[in-house]
Design a binder for this molecule. Structure first.
Ligand code: SF4
Length: 395
């Protein structure tokens, strides 16, 4: 095992130097206990206390020896993000705002449906990719979340439901890495957190119930299949490079053909052969919703085993884009279906609490100053749109 993490295990630690065990993957927890001279079975014991029973106090971990509990209390901690707010939508969608180390806040959303609950988890504070239709992108970027801050979102959600322990009606059955941020720009921490989601001693979700969604960071996508076999979604949003360059600027670096090839290579690395990539396509009124776009998309996606998920755009203040009309949405879907594709239409959920797809924004310090630039541009636009007052024409 590599020894990337240098745990200082011989002296009591001030709080800021303690190892937060919440975010240690099973492999890293094993390394941690090996450095303490502890046996391997401590890994499953501690994982179960933290992730299945929701216990953060080492003193309550009663199957650990007293000396180990004392040692852990000196050098380690289990510290989830702090819950700031918890909103419940009229349709049952629930949104949490949590404070991370350093004070920045991120959001996560739970969408309950018949027999399942999908938790949409954030991977970064803000996002550097600046997709033109995305509320998060317009907020700028602060930093990557740690693995503890990512898995801590699952922990906080379960804690809110007091849903630790074995329950037949688990509120979180699926996790999608589709909240704030581009997960592949935070590769190692996201992989560690997903490993915890799937570990039987932690959350025990199957690989089909954990989905990573990427806008197309191709070099990292090429690596992903070497370390995990979670479900993959690609955020396409446009059927040709010209339009995608505008909507998803990372396309200028890694165009559609490269992204689709890389997604196909990911599928080829998976042991089971029937997996498909989910193609996310946000339909924006008058922008990418025309019949010719649907025909281009139908043709383009013949190259990849996939299902296409159409997402009506959710407007937010100063978005500059409009919701797709019902007619355009169903016309678009029908063209894809007639071409032989499996298509789903995502119902808008949690609109009343700004929890719908693309509306997550959080509260954080934008290091890129992109938010300020966007706001200055909106101000200029508004000034230009003010009716011009003609001297001598009043009244
Ligand atoms: S759509 Fe995703 S990748 Fe693009 S700016 Fe928003 S969060 Fe980032």
């Amino acid at each position: 095992m590599t020894s990337e993490i240098a745990y200082k295990v011989d002296t009591p630690h001030p709080r800021e130097e303690r190892v937060n065990l919440l975010g240690l993957s099973p492999a890293k927890l094993e390394q941690f206990f090996a450095e303490l001279g502890e046996k391997r079975f401590r890994v499953s014991q501690v994982l179960k206390w933290i992730h299945q029973r929701g216990v953060t106090d080492f003193e309550r971990m009663t199957d650990l020896s007293r000396s180990l509990r004392t040692k852990l209390a000196e050098i380690a901690e289990v510290r989830p993000p702090e819950l700031v707010s918890d909103h419940l939508s009229e349709d049952g969608t629930r949104k949490w705002l949590v404070r991370t180390d350093g004070g920045d806040c991120v959001e996560m959303v739970l969408i309950p449906e018949q027999g399942r609950g999908t938790l949409c988890v954030s991977s970064q504070i803000g996002c550097s990719l600046d997709c033109s239709f995305c509320a998060t992108g317009k907020q700028g970027f602060s930093r990557n979340l740690s693995a503890a801050e990512i898995i801590g979102q699952v922990w906080v959600a379960l804690d809110s439901f007091q849903a630790f322990g074995p329950r037949p009606d688990r509120p979180v059955t699926n996790v999608v890495m589709m909240g704030m941020g581009e997960p592949l720009m935070n590769f190692d921490n996201v992989v560690d957190a997903m490993n915890l989601m799937m570990d039987d001693c932690a959350y025990g979700l199957s690989k089909r119930r954990v989905t990573l969604s990427t806008a197309g960071v191709v070099p990292q996508l090429d690596r992903l299949g070497d370390v995990t076999d979670v479900s993959l979604a690609i955020s396409l949003h446009a059927p040709n490079n010209e339009l995608r360059d505008e909507l998803v600027p990372i396309n200028r670096k890694y165009p559609l053909e490269q992204l689709i090839e890389s997604a196909g290579n990911y599928l080829a690395k998976l042991p089971d052969t029937h997996r498909k990539v989910t193609v996310e396509y946000t339909l924006i009124g008058g922008v990418n919703d025309r019949p010719e776009h649907a025909r281009q998309l139908a043709q383009l996606m013949k190259a990849l085993p996939c299902k296409i998920n159409l997402i009506p755009f959710n407007p937010f203040p100063n978005a500059g884009y409009e919701r797709v009309s019902g007619n355009a949405l169903y016309r678009f879907r029908d063209i894809l279906t007639r071409a032989g594709h499996t298509v789903t239409v995502r119902t808008t959920r949690g609109d009343d609490i700004a929890a719908a797809c693309g509306q997550l924004a959080g509260k954080f310090n934008d290091r890129t100053r992109r938010k300020a630039r966007h706001e200055a541009r909106y101000r200029r636009q508004e000034e230009q749109e003010q009716p011009v007052k003609m001297v001598g024409m009043e009244g």
